[in-house]
Design a protein around this ligand. Structure first.
Ligand SMILES: [Zn+2]
Ligand SMILES: [Zn+2]
Length: 142
């Protein structure tokens, strides 16, 4: 698995470093986690990695397109390593749980604007909001 990550990093001309490998592994195993969680996961493996180093890795990997940063309104930024398929997210209004929703069409933009005002539209940002099964079963839990 690490070899895959090394290949991914080299493909975008990023040096292979242990913190970068650790962040990619953390996001593979824990999609949609926030920065603090990434830091905790990485430091569980590599206690000497600083917070700033993790911030820098997240930015570099996002800029390179290896990971995706998502930020539902009112929520902290989350990261995931599933990129390039234009998938959407469903977010729980109560607890903030996030799950993947396949893109209806399979590529951006999956929604056709009723009036594009002459713009060349290349993406529709779709977030589904609702209540997750856990919160629906126990409305007092949050
Ligand atoms: Zn919930
Ligand atoms: Zn996702």
């Amino acid at each position: 698995m690490t070899a895959d990550f090394e290949t991914q990093l080299r493909a975008v001309s990023l040096r292979v470093t242990r913190p970068r490998l650790a962040v990619l592994a953390a996001l593979r195993d824990h999609p949609h986690v926030d920065t603090d969680t990434v830091i905790a996961l990485v430091r569980a493996e590599q206690p000497t990695v600083s917070h700033q180093a993790v911030y820098d890795v997240l930015r570099a990997l996002t800029d390179a397109g290896l990971i995706r940063r998502i930020q539902p309104a009112g929520a902290t930024a989350r990261y995931e390593s599933r990129v390039g398929d234009n998938h959407h997210h469903v977010v729980c209004r109560s607890c903030g749980a996030i799950a993947d929703v396949e893109c209806a069409v399979g590529r951006a933009p999956c929604l056709t604007a009723s009036d594009d005002h002459g713009f060349v539209v290349d993406e529709a940002e779709v977030v589904y909001w609702g209540t997750c099964p856990g919160c629906a079963a126990d409305p007092t839990a949050q």
